[in-house]
Design a protein around this ligand. Structure first.
Ligand code: ADP
Ligand code: ZN
Ligand code: ZN
Length: 809
């Protein structure tokens, strides 16, 4: 008799363990199989994953239940992947099943879904159509196009998640949408149907024109797909059915893949420049010694070509590679380069794909048809068997850290996966995260540093100018464009060059600053900006809870130009058009990118020169290579500078350097204008001089003084709920509980409770607590113990936890 050890698909603390089930006679069960098991008192049939096999057990055999079914023979999780999953559960405080779900495409999960239906009679539909938020209108329009019904997955496939959730909620509230009961959804392999002739019987009467046409086509092209018949020859279903029933044709079904790859011209391999060659050689040396590498190469230094050739080298050895990019919808160019080099051996995995498409790509990898996977964070779990290399581009990006459970950091997972599977890891960036650079320069985690300090073919770095907005105010300029920026815009427009204008807005960063002298109120304990709270008119620190009244006049220069800060993209667009004669402008922000492919459409338009100017939030600052952009203007660098976050300096340096890196990539040199009220800030000065190392030295010194990461590890606890009193009460209770758990261990600091920077989301109040220790294991231990304490399971509040978050919002 044999016993399978199984993790059941039931997301809950109590069932987060390995169960034993009997393997019934006749079923050949392997590790990594997905099975159906009876579960709980009612023996409900649910999915489970086989993680181990045994021939005996200490448990009483006759009390064990038996596996109820094996829906497919696929191995969903390799032994190595199971090791990774086990590690993730410990490291990110998640359940086994959450880690498994994180590693598998959504379609593989057998789960419940919702159906939404449009209430056609609702009077609110017409009301809505008059000047309401674009997102609501887009969802409404989609529902209408879709015949008034859509599953949750269909909506997800077409909209960006953050937008969708709110829009759907509002539409339901307005009575425009109805949500129906759950239905089962399951993975679906798409089958395409192909038509073959059965010639002997084909005696079609002369007047049946369509039928004759169909027989002719099928005769000359046996095996043509039904899709092609319908699309290219306008042959309808009725004709096909008719001939099928007469037995004149037969249909064969074959497994098909949904994603039709863009036809891309093959890009030839470039001969590496001398600098690229040196870097490539150094990387190979490190790899030979079994080290991981951080590649620090300035913007335009040709990192992508190095990635391509590293992958090629692995493919030659019969191995496979994964390339992670921050968010593919923002970097279509990067995929294009990989597909053009490696053709259909490339699988693309990103949020812009429908679940079905993602599942197909996952299968192409699992079946060994794809050898290179390029994708966003979750592509780190691509099911390769002989993984040779993982490359993480723009490794400093926050998107590599998941903000939903499992809250993993793809860079850490990559390192672990490489260690388990004997693969190589390359992190690349023009502005490495402080943590990675610290590791690489101190040879921690077996990491080495390789640098490239010049652009390809010694193209010059852009000329960066910092503009002091306080001086503009003194000179009577109240426009959002400084005199210098306006001049440069005119020059660029005159030369028919392209311009990118950045507005670095973060909804929550409502800091208060003085337009006259640049003063920003900071916490005396934590060295981070205080956040303005309109209710109660006070300023507070989100780390330690310090607060003070909002000043009426500037404590530094006594002026009354002290206000909280905020400019929107629409305002920039309006002011641009009124200042510079209705020039064509493209805007990219949350409002113009509700649809999944909208980023790409906007970027393509800009690339095709349908507009001279692109205005957008930080989302346009990443990785693009537009050769005709000669001017980049950063309208508001201060919103980053004054984030209530100890990483404000790092994020500012990265944002400015990356944005500046978009200028002057073609033949003409580039210019960058940074507008700020803090022109002397070290992040801006180092970014102006393209001096990463200088910036790093100052930043790491501050981190050490304040004992912030990488010198310490943080645990983040957020308590949220509808009722503010209940949240505050629970937060205080959590504080007492953490204090008890800490005991007399003075190495662990506890901050808060204090209101979270995003103090209210979807009507839920949010408070936070932060744990800090030099030892990661100490933070994890307290978080685990805290998680097991009883009071958390209340109906009024919910608690979420994170280890080493990149955003403490
Ligand atoms: P990075 O990723 O470091 O910002 P890219 O890989 O985008 O830089 O390279 C910048 C530009 O230089 C691109 O237009 C690329 O096509 C070009 N390039 C890169 N390597 C070479 C090479 N060896 N020879 C000629 N052009 C190159
Ligand atoms: Zn002032
Ligand atoms: Zn503080």
């Amino acid at each position: 008799m044999k016993i399978a050890q199984i993790i059941v698909d039931n997301k809950c603390k109590e069932t987060d363990r390995v169960y034993s089930y009997l393997i019934p006679q006749g079923l050949e069960i392997k590790i990594g199989h997905r099975v159906i098991v009876p579960f709980g008192r009612a023996n409900k049939k649910i999915a489970g994953y086989v993680v181990g096999l045994k021939s005996n057990t200490e448990l009483e055999i006759n009390k064990l239940k038996a596996i109820a079914g094996l829906p497919s023979n696929d191995i969903f999780l390799s032994a190595d992947m199971l090791k990774l999953i086990k590690w993730m559960r410990e490291k990110y405080l998640c359940y086994y099943i959450e880690a498994i779900h994180g590693a598998l495409p959504a379609n593989i999960r057998i789960k419940n879904t919702y159906i939404y239906e449009l209430n056609q009679d609702s009077k609110n539909i017409d009301l809505l159509k008059e000047g309401n938020p674009q997102a609501l209108m887009d969802v409404l329009e989609f529902m209408e196009e879709n015949g008034g019904r859509a599953t949750k997955e269909e909506l997800r496939d077409n909209f960006n998640d953050n937008i969708l959730e709110n829009a759907v909620k509002k539409l339901i509230k307005l009575g425009v949408l109805k949500r129906h009961q759950k239905v089962k959804s399951q993975e679906n392999i798409m089958y395409e149907r192909f038509v073959y002739p059965d010639a002997e019987k084909a005696e079609i009467p002369a007047n049946a024109k369509k039928q004759r046409l169909l027989m002719d086509i099928v005769g000359s092209k046996p095996g043509i797909s039904i899709k092609a018949l319908q699309k290219d020859y306008a042959i309808g279903k009725a004709t096909i059915d008719n001939l099928l029933s007469k037995g004149f044709i037969r249909i064969e079904e074959k497994e098909a893949y949904r994603l039709v790859p863009e036809k891309i011209q093959a890009e030839s391999k470039k001969i590496l420049t001398k600098e690229q060659c040196r870097a490539f050689g150094e990387i190979e040396e490190c790899f030979k010694k079994g080290r991981h590498v951080l590649l620090h190469g300035v913007t335009g230094s040709g990192k992508t070509e190095i990635y391509l050739q590293l992958i090629e080298a692995e493919l030659k050895k019969g191995k496979q590679g994964i390339v992670l990019v921050p968010e593919i919808s923002l970097t279509p160019q990067m995929i294009r380069r990989f597909v053009s080099r490696f053709g259909d051996t490339v699988a693309v995995l990103h949020s812009g794909l429908s679940n079905g498409e993602k599942y197909d790509e996952w299968r192409r990898i699992a079946e060994g048809k794809a050898k290179v996977a390029i994708g966003a964070r979750s592509a780190i779990f691509a099911p390769f068997e002989k993984l040779g290399i993982i490359i993480i581009d723009e490794e400093h990006e926050n998107t590599y850290k998941s903000e939903t459970r499992p809250k993993y950091d793809a860079r850490e997972v990559a390192m672990k996966r490489c260690d388990i599977e004997g693969a190589r890891l390359l992190l690349g960036s023009a502005t490495p995260s402080i943590e990675s650079y610290f590791k690489a320069t101190n040879k921690l985690n077996n990491m080495a540093l390789v640098s490239i300090n010049t652009r390809v073919n010694n193209k010059v770095m852009p000329n960066v100018k910092i503009v002091d907005m306080r001086e503009e105010l003194k000179a009577g300029n109240k426009s959002i464009f400084s005199h210098s920026l306006a001049e440069e815009i005119k020059i660029a427009l005159g030369q028919k060059d392209q311009i990118i204008l950045f507005l670095n807005r973060r909804g929550y960063s409502t800091f208060v600053s003085c337009r006259s002298c640049g003063f920003v109120a900071k916490c005396p304990n934590c060295n981070i900006s205080l956040t303005y709270h309109a209710k109660g008119n006070y300023l507070t620190c989100h780390y330690c809870g310090y607060s003070r009244p909002n000043p009426k006049e500037c404590p530094s220069c006594k002026s009354s130009y002290i206000k909280y800060f905020g400019i929107g993209t629409q305002r920039v667009e309006r002011e641009f058009q009124s200042t510079f004669d209705d020039i064509d402008v493209l805007r990219m922000d949350a409002d113009t990118t509700t649809r999944k492919n909208s980023h790409k459409l906007i970027l393509d338009k800009f690339r095709n020169k349908e507009a001279s100017v692109l205005i957008g939030t930080q989302m346009i600052g990443k990785g693009h290579d537009f050769s005709d952009v000669t001017l980049v203007g950063i309208i508001t660098s201060d919103t980053y500078l004054n984030l209530p976050d100890f990483r404000a300096g790092e994020k500012t340096f990265q944002m400015v350097t990356q944005s500046a890196g978009r200028a002057g990539r073609g033949d003409k040199p580039g210019t960058v204008i940074i507008q700020t009220y803090s022109p002397e800030h070290y992040s801006l000065l180092y970014a102006k001089n393209h001096d990463y190392e200088g910036f790093y030295k100052d930043e790491i010194k501050m981190r050490k003084e304040m004992n912030y990461p990488p010198f310490s590890h943080l645990g983040h606890i957020v308590i949220s709920g509808i009722g503010e009193d209940a949240v505050v009460k629970a937060a205080k209770e959590a504080g007492r509980s953490l204090n008890k758990l800490r005991g007399d261990n003075s190495n662990i600091e506890i901050w808060g409770p204090s209101p979270a920077p995003l103090s209210r989301i979807n009507n839920r109040h949010r408070w936070q607590l932060v744990l800090k220790s030099v030892k990661e294991e100490e933070v994890l231990k307290i978080l685990r113990d805290f998680n097991n304490s009883a009071f958390l399971n209340s109906e009024e509040v919910s608690v979420s936890m994170d280890i080493n978050p990149l955003n403490m919002l």
